[in-house]
Design a protein. Structure first.
Length: 181
């Protein structure tokens, strides 16, 4: 049985977390060369799967799934979904245990994007619906007319960038998915 897809899964999840082979190696007590060997399918990572999964903050089954089979084309389009505001108002990947499948184009814009439920934020923009999900890019360049997610004291607000304090901007809204009931 060809298990080369396991190495590919490790590589994809590592890149999604935006960490290097060396950083992953440090987290599991191996060398970066060994991580490279796992990812290329030269060495078997099976005895390190729990450590690798913990370091990447994914379930072991995600690393073991053969995503090359038909019907799994969206397996790697999962991004963190925030349905409550983190205590420290910090929307980093490790603060969410819920994931949401996003379109390919979202990840093409920003691999570090995340999703926020609109019900947990104050919306100061008329053109956005109050029920749905927002795709947020923490890495995109922001123009004054862009809609941004921003920290404001102990809450999160949505407004135009030109009215925001740039040091408090969490990210740019890429798109909204509206929920119809």
């Amino acid at each position: 049985m060809n298990k080369n897809y396991i190495g590919e899964n490790i590589r994809l999840y590592r890149e999604r977390k935006n960490i290097t082979q060396r950083e992953l190696a440090d987290r599991i007590g191996k060398t970066w060369e060994m991580i490279s060997r796992y990812e290329r399918g030269v060495s078997s990572p099976l005895n390190q799967m729990d450590n690798i999964a913990n370091a990447l903050n994914v379930d072991v089954t995600d690393l073991l799934k053969d995503h090359t089979k038909k019907g799994n084309e969206y397996s790697f389009n999962r991004v963190p979904l925030f349905n409550k505001i983190p205590n420290d108002l910090d929307f980093i990947n490790t603060k969410s245990y819920i994931y949401y499948v996003v379109p390919d184009w979202i990840l093409d814009v920003d691999r570090n994007c995340f999703v926020v439920d609109t019900q947990i934020i104050d919306i100061h923009i008329d053109e956005l619906d109050r029920k749905g999900y927002l795709y947020i890019s923490p890495s995109s360049i922001i123009d004054p007319e862009d809609i941004v997610l921003e920290r404001e004291k102990d809450k999160i607000v949505l407004r135009r960038a030109k009215r925001s304090n740039s040091k408090n901007i969490i990210g740019k809204v890429l798109s909204q998915e509206i929920i119809f009931e």
